[in-house]
Write a protein of this length. Structure first.
Length: 57
């Protein structure tokens, strides 16, 4: 059966990867800035409340 042969290497300790954590990163290095333009009007210049009242009022 493949995969059942004994290994020559000792088993790896899964917690060993977390014993030495990397250096912390400054918060200022994690924030990006991006130029943005004006947001388009989601209603397309219409007043949905007014239109609803005309239809259902």
């Amino acid at each position: 059966m493949p995969g059942t042969e004994p290994r020559d290497q000792p088993p790896v300790d899964p917690a060993a990867a977390f014993r030495h954590l990397p250096e912390p990163i400054a918060l200022a290095d994690t924030v990006t800035g991006q130029d943005v333009g004006p947001v388009p009007d989601p209603d397309g210049g219409r007043d949905p409340n007014h239109e609803w009242m005309l239809r259902h009022g």
